[in-house]
Ligand binder design. Structure first.
Ligand code: ADP
Ligand code: MG
Length: 236
């Protein structure tokens, strides 16, 4: 909690009240698993960090002016270590082409999450003038955006309520392992909904928050079974 307060304090000194992956530490502080990674500010550091990460890397532009990174070509997936420095330059060039005066905080170099085995979910929060902090859960991609297949509860969300959220969406069978896939670790998803609900309850200054995607993975041997790979929030 003290760590989360520190992260929020540093960002509140900024002009911008919108935060992206530079706020990933907030999730960390609340025990929500995030892939290994770092935000770097040079091609050389990008190479070093990529070399220290298992397998290929994902690299993302970090800028408060760019909210939807992939829309501008600001996300590079499956980057071999040897390409990290060039990719750094590419991402910055794309951001500059999109908006010449964009504030660029750096480039995030992040461990890859296995999306083949995982299901992309979304956990979010919006403060509703009538109901207060509404926590949302749904599956990523068309499920939330097109089919509006979402579940809502007012924070703080209890464990039984979080479980209901994962059960009541129409796309719930995909979490349980439809089409011969392994079921995801639902308990980890439920726990994450609870932790995010606690975070936004502890910090009323967080007006909006989205983890999109939270990748839900099958229960494997020991490792984390959820990964918050992207976050975006608005603070007061
Ligand atoms: P944005 O939503 O701003 O476009 P994201 O960080 O969500 O940027 O990245 C876009 C997409 O790239 C994600 O929805 C996911 O499919 C994929 N992706 C991002 N980070 C990772 C990662 N670490 N491992 C695997 N896939 C990733
Ligand atoms: Mg995203």
């Amino acid at each position: 909690r003290a760590r989360a307060r520190e992260v929020l304090a540093t960002v509140r000194d900024r002009e911008d009240n919108r935060l992206g992956v530079e706020a990933m530490e907030l999730l960390d502080a609340y025990g929500i698993p995030t892939p290994a990674g770092e935000i770097v500010d040079s091609p050389e550091r990008a190479s070093e960090v990529a070399a220290g990460i298992d397998g290929d890397a994902v690299m993302k532009i970090v800028s408060p002016d760019i909210l939807h990174k992939s829309d501008i070509g600001g996300v590079a997936v499956g980057v071999p270590d040897a390409d990290a420095a060039d990719t750094y330059e590419d991402l910055v060039t794309r951001a500059r082409n999109y908006q010449p005066d964009a504030t660029i905080l750096g480039v995030q170099v992040q461990e890859m999450v296995d999306l083949d085995d995982g299901v992309e979910t979304i956990v979010g929060m919006n403060r509703d003038p009538q109901f207060g902090p509404l926590v949302m859960f749904g599956l990523g991609g068309i499920f939330v955006e097109v089919m509006e297949d979402t579940a809502f509860r007012v924070a703080p969300v209890s464990e039984p309520e979080a479980r209901e959220m994962t059960e009541e969406i129409r796309s719930a069978p995909l979490l349980r392992g439809a089409r011969g896939r392994d079921p995801v670790d639902l308990d980890a998803v439920i726990e994450t909904i609870g932790r995010l609900s606690q975070l936004v309850t502890d910090f009323p200054a967080i007006l909006e928050l989205d983890v999109n995607p939270l990748v839900a993975l099958p229960d494997a041997d020991g490792g984390a079974t959820v990964a918050a790979v992207d976050v975006r929030l608005t603070v007061d």
